[in-house]
Ligand binder design. Structure first.
Ligand SMILES: Cc1cc2nc3c(=O)[nH]c(=O)nc-3n(C[C@H](O)[C@H](O)[C@H](O)COP(=O)(O)OP(=O)(O)OC[C@H]3O[C@@H](n4cnc5c(N)ncnc54)[C@H](O)[C@@H]3O)c2cc1C
Length: 509
């Protein structure tokens, strides 16, 4: 039965905006820290970088003042552990610049003294890219959080790299605009981190890849040189498009200090539907028909399987307006005329439920109810943490094979794991395939990797759809990149960062 409107559900936000999530606020099942990366992955050896000493610290304190140089191990702890608690470094130094000039002076000094640096945004990355592997200095962008300009007419936003995504979205709303990307980590992730990972997210289907919306970038190279490519023009074909060097380069080629982004108008009408379906094939049928019948207003199309929604409902006590289905679909529309959009959605739902493709569903345009439904999707990653250890894979597969990785892995892993499941962005062919166990297990890891990457590669998919390569995947990059492409990436790295101080041990094999 199609019910109009859903029960009022409380909004549960994991973290307050702009603040690095603490372990407690992330609701971790146990407060124990993960094993140090150097111990869990002993084959990775520390590079020949200098070790931090009192002279280095004096330079940083003279430049930034006492308060913006963290040196106490307990203050540095949260900057050393990734969001998923997969990896942990042991840096004793976190630097918090406020200006591009300060970033430039820090990097120039680190380059001269061969000190390795790990740039960090909101630390919500899921591939171990944002935290030190050993004792790299953490360069946190969190205090570079100013909006520089918003042009109401062109929709162009210029801001500093440390602005939190949700904060930007809230500020843009005052101008009738919105950010062209949205993701579950929006309360903590920063625009510099989003650009550096070329983040995808929930509305890529409608607004396209972030790289298409970034008009310009200011970045600081490893030697401290400031590269001003902060063009705020939609058209600018003057030579090489250098901004692309930094989009998706995961902090390995430079630090993104400012960004100019094209932002769409905030929609006048938003509707959200949450549906239960009995098979993955029926999800595909629903998607095909939604594209045809809702085409110009469809802004998001997500799927969740039973085990994934079970984690959010069980661990986080988020309520679902419908339950007991093997699969769920969440689709959103954004348009300019609510009556028009609703009429289309209702006709679509009547048809698709009438022929049994969709078993049950609910649709709403009330903000609090939409938020409650989005929580079911956006808080899945957080819920998994309560199981213990999370093996998370972010892959692109051809749509008809999207869910096959879960079926195959369930056969391989049997009952030796707590959960083996998948959810993700159907609209982009991007599944977040996840396995959870009580604690980290080398044996389970070996049964998943490299099989998951071989499987993806055989189906001509991508081993990293949107999260990047980070620390977890450099040795597998060849499954998705040719030797020639990897060679060119290495050449670019040598050119941009000859001493290799920026994010060593990551991205490149
Ligand atoms: C609950 C949850 C949901 C998520 N959903 C999505 C999703 O839908 N789509 C998606 O794409 N990702 C998603 N992610 C992953 C993550 O949020 C994104 O990768 C995000 O873009 C990272 O931003 P950040 O500021 O947290 O970067 P960090 O995690 O701090 O860093 C990520 C990488 O970028 C580098 N970096 C960070 N800031 C800078 C900078 N200013 N200059 C240079 N390098 C920098 C770091 O060194 C690191 O390599 C999700 C994560 C969580 C926890």
């Amino acid at each position: 039965m199609l019910s109009r409107g859903v029960k009022q559900l409380g909004r549960l936000r994991p973290c307050s905006q702009g603040i690095l999530p603490s372990f407690a606020c992330r609701g971790f099942a146990s407060p124990t820290l993960p094993e140090l990366t150097k111990d869990r992955y002993p084959h990775v050896k520390r590079g020949e970088f200098a070790k931090l000493d009192q002279n280095h610290l004096k330079f940083f304190r003279d430049l930034l003042g006492e308060n913006r140089v963290l040196n106490d191990p307990s203050d540095c702890e949260i900057y050393n552990v990734d969001w998923n608690r997969n990896v942990r470094g042991y840096s004793d130094c976190v630097l918090k610049p406020k200006t591009t000039q300060e970033v430039s002076q820090i990097l120039s000094f680190c380059n001269e003294h061969r000190l390795a640096v790990s740039p960090q945004g909101g630390n919500t990355g899921l591939v171990g890219g944002s935290v030190p592997v050993f004792d790299e200095i953490v360069l946190s962008l969190s205090l570079m959080n100013n909006i520089i300009s918003v042009d109401d007419t062109s929709g162009i936003l210029v801001c500093e790299g440390g602005c939190v995504l949700e904060y930007l979205d809230e500020q843009l709303a005052n101008h009738g605009l919105m950010m062209p990307l949205d993701l579950g980590a929006k309360g903590s992730c920063q625009i510099g981190g989003n650009v550096s990972t070329n983040a995808g997210g929930l509305r890529l289907l409608r607004y396209g890849n972030l790289q298409g919306n970034v008009l310009g970038i200011e970045a600081v190279k490893a030697n401290g040189e400031i590269l001003d490519c902060l063009s705020a023009l939609k058209k600018d074909n003057t030579g090489f498009h250098l901004k692309h060097l930094f989009i998706g380069s995961e902090g390995a080629l430079g630090v993104v200090t400012k960004v100019a982004i094209q932002c769409p108008a905030k929609p006048q009408a938003v509707n959200l539907a949450f549906l239960g379906v009995k098979s993955f094939d029926n999800i595909l049928t629903t998607f095909r028909r939604a594209k045809r019948e809702l085409g110009e207003i469809l802004s998001s199309f997500e799927m969740i399987d039973e085990q994934s929604i079970g984690a959010v409902m069980g661990h986080l006590k988020v309520k679902s307006p419908i339950d007991n289905h093997p699969f769920y679909v969440l689709f959103e529309t954004q348009g300019s005329n609510d009556a028009h959009d609703q009429e289309k959605i209702h006709r679509f739902l009547e048809n698709i439920m009438g022929d049994g493709t969709v078993l049950d569903g609910t649709v709403t345009n009330e903000p609090s109810k939409m938020r409650a439904i989005w929580d079911l999707r956006e808080r899945i990653a957080e819920a998994f943490l309560h199981d213990g250890y999370v093996f998370k894979y972010d892959i692109t597969l051809p749509l008809e094979k999207f869910y096959s990785i879960v079926d195959v892995m369930r056969e391989r892993l049997g009952s030796d794991v707590l959960r083996c499941c998948g959810y993700g962005h159907i609209g982009d062919g991007n599944i977040h395939f996840t396995v959870t166990t009580k604690e980290f297990s080398k044996d389970i890891l070996k049964r998943i990797e490299p099989f998951v990457y071989e499987f993806t590669s055989e189906l001509k998919g991508s081993i990293s759809a949107e999260h990047g390569i980070g620390f977890r995947k450099p040795q597998y990059i060849h499954y998705s990149k040719s030797d020639a492409a990897i060679h060119l990436m290495k050449e670019l790295k040598k050119l941009m960062d000859p001493k290799g101080i920026l994010n060593p041990y990551k991205v490149l094999p």
